[in-house]
Design a binder for this molecule. Structure first.
Ligand code: MG
Length: 381
C-alpha cells in the first residue's frame, strides 16, 4: 500500500487587524513573521508533501518577503471562501489524500499534534486538536448569569485534519450564505465523523497584542540559543570576478575556488550549519562534485538557512568580519548587508559587516587572499 499523501493549507487572508494596521499574519514573533512560523513547521513535517498559503488580495509581495517564493492562492471575503479557494487549488493539481487546514494566527505548531491528527485519519474522516476548558463558564446577561457546566465542553484548535475528498465535498455542498464556524463543523453537518486528539497550549490563537507577548515568552521558554563560528579563505587571482557577501565588487583581482569562491558566504554558511551541528559546507556540497563548479554561493547559504528552519529554528543575528588589505570594504558594506538580509530573510539590523586589514602582514597583508570569519546566533526549539 502506498503511503497517503498529505497537504497543508494555511489560511492567512486577513486584511485589517486589531493589532494596529499590519495584517497580523505578517507581524513578527521572535524576529520572524507569524506566517513563517507555521509555514516552516508544517513544511518541515515529514508526512506533509505540500504547503499552500491562502492570502488576501494584494498580499503576494508581503508573503514573498515573509516566507519566500512559496505557493499561494488568493482567498475570499469570509474564511470559508478562503478555505474553499485553497481546497479547489489543491484539487486542480496533484490531489492529496489528506489535508490539514490551519490558521496563520496560531504560529506554533507542535509536530506531535500533527502526528496525532494524521494518525486519527486512519479511522475517521476528520480530526481536530482540543483542549479542556479550565475556567468557569457563565452566561453573560449584562450582569453575571447562570453557570454553564463545562463538563463535556472542549476548546477546538487548528490545524484540523481531513480526508481530502470528504472535506472538499462538504465545502462544495455547503449552502452559500450559511454561516460555518469551522471546517470540522462543516464535515460533521455533512455526516462525517470528526475525532478529537489532544491539542497543545502552544497552539493558542493570537488575537490581541498581549497574545503576541505571551507567545513570545512561551517560545523563549522552550528555545535554546546557539552560536557557532565559520572561517574561510580563498586565493586572490587575476582574471576572476570578486564576489563578496553575494555582491559583485569591481577589483583588479577576484577569488578563485571551485564555486564562485564567495569567502563571506562560505564563512556564514559554515557558522549557520554549526548552530545545528550539521557539518560544514564541504560535507553538503563536496568540492569534488562537478555540479558546484562556478556555483552561486547564495545557494549554499539558503540551504543552511532552510535546514535551520526545518528544525523550527530562527536566525537571530549574523556577524561577519572580512580580512583583507584591498579592496576597501567600506563602500560596499551596506550593499553586502542588505543582500545578506535578503538572502536570510532578516532585517538589516540583524546583520553586521566588519572589515579589517592585517597591517600588511601575512597572506592577507600581501594581497594573496581574503579571509572571512563569521558568527551566527540562532534559536532552536
Ligand atoms: Mg570556501
Amino acid at each position: 500500500m502506498t503511503r497517503p499523501t498529505t497537504a497543508a493549507l494555511i489560511v492567512a487572508a486577513g486584511q485589517g487587524s486589531r493589532m494596529g494596521g499590519v495584517p497580523k499574519q505578517f507581524l513578527r514573533l521572535a524576529e520572524k513573521p507569524l506566517i513563517a512560523h507555521s509555514y516552516d513547521r508544517l513544511a518541515a513535517h515529514s508526512a506533509i508533501e505540500e504547503v499552500l498559503v491562502v492570502i488576501g488580495e494584494g498580499q503576494q509581495a508581503a508573503l514573498q518577503d515573509a516566507v519566500g517564493p512559496v505557493r499561494s492562492v488568493v482567498g475570499g471575503a469570509a474564511r470559508r471562501d478562503s478555505v474553499r479557494a485553497g481546497l479547489e487549488a489543491l484539487a486542480a493539481g496533484k490531489v492529496p489524500d489528506r489535508v490539514l487546514i490551519h490558521d496563520a494566527a496560531r504560529p506554533l505548531v507542535p509536530s506531535e499534534v500533527v502526528d496525532r491528527l494524521i494518525a486519527a485519519l486512519d479511522a475517521h474522516a476528520g480530526a481536530v486538536p482540543v483542549m479542556a476548558v479550565a475556567d468557569t463558564l457563565a452566561r453573560d446577561d449584562t450582569v453575571l448569569g447562570e453557570t454553564v457546566p463545562r463538563d463535556g465542553l472542549v476548546r477546538v484548535q487548528t490545524p484540523q485534519a481531513f480526508r481530502f475528498a470528504e472535506i472538499l465535498d462538504a465545502h462544495r455542498r455547503w449552502p452559500s450564505g450559511k454561516e460555518a464556524t469551522d471546517d470540522a463543523q462543516m464535515l460533521r453537518r455533512s455526516g462525517g465523523i470528526v475525532a478529537m486528539v489532544a491539542g497543545d497550549p502552544s497552539l493558542e490563537k493570537i488575537t490581541y497584542p498581549a497574545d503576541l507577548i505571551a507567545a513570545e515568552s512561551r517560545l523563549a521558554g522552550t528555545q535554546r540559543v546557539r552560536s557557532a563560528t565559520g572561517y574561510d579563505v580563498h586565493r586572490l587571482v587575476a582574471g576572476e570576478k570578486l564576489w563578496l557577501g553575494g555582491v559583485l565588487i569591481p577589483h583588479d583581482k577576484g577569488l578563485s575556488g571551485h564555486s564562485d569562491a564567495d569567502v563571506a558566504l562560505h564563512a556564514i554558511t559554515d557558522a549557520l550549519l554549526g548552530t545545528i551541528a550539521a557539518g560544514d559546507i564541504g560535507s553538503h556540497f563536496p568540492p569534488t562534485d562537478p555540479q558546484w563548479r562556478g556555483a552561486d554561493s547564495s545557494m549554499f547559504l539558503r540551504h543552511a538557512a532552510k535546514l535551520i528552519a526545518a528544525e523550527g529554528g530562527t536566525i537571530d543575528f549574523v556577524d561577519l568580519t572580512l580580512i583583507c588589505e584591498r579592496p576597501k570594504i567600506g563602500p560596499y558594506r551596506e550593499a553586502i548587508r542588505s543582500r545578506l538580509a535578503d538572502l536570510l530573510r532578516l532585517d538589516p539590523g540583524q546583520v553586521s559587516i566588519k572589515a579589517t586589514t592585517t597591517e600588511r602582514l601575512g597572506f592577507t597583508g600581501r594581497g594573496e587572499g581574503i579571509a572571512a570569519q563569521a558568527i551566527a546566533t540562532v534559536r532552536i526549539p
